[in-house]
Design a protein around this ligand. Structure first.
Ligand code: THU
Length: 160
């Protein structure tokens, strides 16, 4: 018997203003998307912007439903649209921002487990890392160099 240790390294930016210019402009698009989210039940608005290797930017936001489980997170709304519109493009970067309408959201909000699994599918498919930046509405921004860093021991097609 032996233990294994899994370590993750993330980069933390003190705030939005520290981001490289191109990332800040991708985050601007995620912020725009967040403000258009349909989240009447949770009042928790999430926006995602995806940069593809063909230069296109795809955005998405959470879409809720009176039948709660029928809603979809921002990340999956955006990534499924990217996958359906540009099936051969690679995803380079994702910018994510989330904010509650009930209280300040000043800490970075990471993608949920289901979204990590969904993003992982595309990272495995394209055999290239997807950079992910996530924040609240203000405050620190976290960067992960790949989805795999956020989802150690992930399940993928190699097990099927
Ligand atoms: N949500 C996202 O859009 N992305 C996540 O990664 C976490 C949660 C949405 C789903 C729901 O509309 C609201 O935030 C509260 O969970």
């Amino acid at each position: 018997m032996r233990d294994i240790k899994i370590e993750s390294t993330l980069t933390v930016y003190e705030d939005y203003n520290e981001l490289p210019k191109d990332v800040a402009s991708l985050m601007d698009q995620a912020i725009d998307a967040r403000l258009k989210a349909y989240a009447p039940y949770s009042k928790f608005l999430v926006g995602a912007a995806i940069l593809l290797d063909n230069g296109e930017i795809i955005t998405g936001n959470n879409q809720e439903n009176a039948s709660y489980p029928s809603g979809l997170c921002a990340e999956r709304t955006a990534i499924y649209y990217a996958g359906s519109k540009y099936p051969n493009a690679k995803i380079v970067t994702m910018a994510l921002t989330a904010g509650s309408q009930k209280q300040p959201t000043n800490s970075p909000i990471p993608p949920c487990g289901a979204c990590r699994q969904a993003i992982s599918e595309y990272e495995v498919k394209q055999e290239a890392p997807i950079e992910i930046y996530f924040m609240g509405t203000s405050g620190k921004v976290v960067k992960s160099k790949s989805l795999a860093i956020l989802l150690p021991l992930g399940f993928d097609k190699s097990f099927l």
